[in-house]
Ligand binder design. Structure first.
Ligand SMILES: *[C@@H]1O[C@H](CO)[C@@H](O)[C@H](O)[C@H]1NC(C)=O
Ligand SMILES: *[C@@H]1O[C@H](CO)[C@@H](O)[C@H](O)[C@H]1NC(C)=O
Ligand SMILES: *[C@@H]1O[C@H](CO)[C@@H](O)[C@H](O)[C@H]1NC(C)=O
Ligand SMILES: *[C@@H]1O[C@H](CO)[C@@H](O)[C@H](O)[C@H]1NC(C)=O
Length: 343
């Protein structure tokens, strides 16, 4: 990621920082500037300043300051300086396009970033592929659940995953939800309409929003639980397979729900047992959970179930458009932004 950043950000060396980048032996911090952006919701302190250099000094004076936003003041002669206690790397979902403001964040750079030797601890936010955790230790875990179980969680945010292990050249970025229902969720996609998990590749680092919503490749994430998040209300629900065996999407597309048996829900009407479909059909694609009414569904046969809660993205059929979160979805429903994750 740092390589990408270098391509489009201005870098300012911190004056008086603990160290400076002078040769291969030393490491230090840099500030990156992102014009037209701000990190929202993590403001530690606000000041009125003359310019961004004064704001930078305020930030450097406070150990809790990890980044800052500079905004124009009402009369445009002064600036508003917001010190943040998080960075865009640790809170990618809160990094927003905002007119007239600029975001200044520190990227901790080791000398080896410069020499492109990735064997060393790197940034505070992203790590290189196959590096992970606070110190970017070598080894990408198979899922966010493993990162959590191995005690390498840095909280919610992007991490590198490599479900097939071995050579990490095919590691990819995924958003790990480390807080909902005790965390460990590999988030697969966010969408307000269609999803096609079989062919998703990692492409947005902003969860749940990106250009087209956040996406990653969940095909080989082993799971026995699935979470749905409704971003309009913040409501969440998750489902746990009664059988203790985990499965992967890759080997299960378009199988009948009877393949996995019944699931129990949390955050949803517990009077029902639930069932899972993993679909990649023209008619419907995406993960789909709904109640069980003495009938296991198929990706293109929903048992005429017009009563139980559905969790699904949009069907291409005009009869089942929209996105259902905890409402019956055997109808056209409204579009809404939801996310789906596995653990
Ligand atoms: C960061 O600042 C927010 C206020 O914007 C505060 O609620 C939160 O506790 C702070 N977190 C830390 C770790 O200091
Ligand atoms: C940093 O800012 C916070 C919030 O205003 C304040 O509580 C803390 O004392 C400051 N720390 C330093 C070292 O100035
Ligand atoms: C990993 O795989 C890539 C692509 O197949 C290959 O170019 C690279 O040499 C491999 N690395 C190792 C250490 O095997
Ligand atoms: C579950 O069933 C019980 C007993 O029939 C009923 O009282 C309750 O309202 C039901 N809960 C929901 C959320 O439908």
């Amino acid at each position: 990621m740092a390589e990408v950043l270098h391509a489009f950000v201005i870098l300012i060396f911190l004056p008086g920082g603990t160290s400076k980048i002078t040769n291969k032996e030393s490491c230090g911090s840099m500030f990156e500037v992102q014009v037209g952006h701000a990190l929202v919701g993590h403001v530690l302190e606000t000041f009125v300043v003359v310019d961004e250099f004064e704001c930078q000094q305020k930030c450097m004076a406070n150990k809790s300051c990890k980044s800052f936003n500079v905004l124009p003041d009402a009369d445009f002669t002064k600036r508003i300086c917001q010190l943040n206690n998080k960075t865009r790397q640790t809170k990618p979902g809160d990094f927003m396009k905002t007119k007239a403001s600029s975001y200044y964040g520190s990227i901790k750079i080791s000398c080896f970033d410069i020499s492109h030797n990735k064997k060393t601890q790197t940034s505070t936010g992203y790590c290189y592929p196959a590096r992970q955790g606070k110190s970017c230790l070598p080894k990408a875990e198979k899922s966010c659940k493993e990162i959590k179980n191995f005690g390498k969680s840095q909280g919610d945010g992007m991490d590198w995953l490599d479900p097939d292990g071995g050579n990490h050249s095919n590691a990819f970025l995924a958003y790990c939800d480390m807080t909902s229902y005790k965390g460990g969720w590999t988030m697969c996609y966010s969408t307000d309409e269609y999803a096609k998990p079989k062919s998703e590749v990692a492409y947005s680092t902003q969860f749940p929003y990106g250009k087209d919503g956040y996406r990653t490749n969940c095909n080989n994430i082993p799971f026995s639980e699935i979470i749905f998040i409704d971003h309009q209300t913040g409501n969440k629900a998750y489902f746990k397979r009664r059988s203790p065996f985990s499965l992967t999407a890759a080997s299960n597309y378009n199988k009948p729900a009877s393949t996995y048996g019944l699931w129990d829900g949390d955050g949803v009407n517990k009077n029902y047992s639930y069932q899972l479909l993993i679909c990649d059909l023209y008619f419907y694609s995406g993960f789909f959970v709904s109640g069980y009414t003495n009938c296991f569904k198929r990706c293109d046969h929903w048992c005429g179930d017009i009563i139980t809660p559905y969790f699904r993205t949009a069907s291409t059929s005009t009869y089942y458009k929209g996105v259902a979160f905890n409402i019956n979805g055997h109808y056209v429903v409204k579009n809404r932004l939801i996310s789906v994750g596995l653990r």
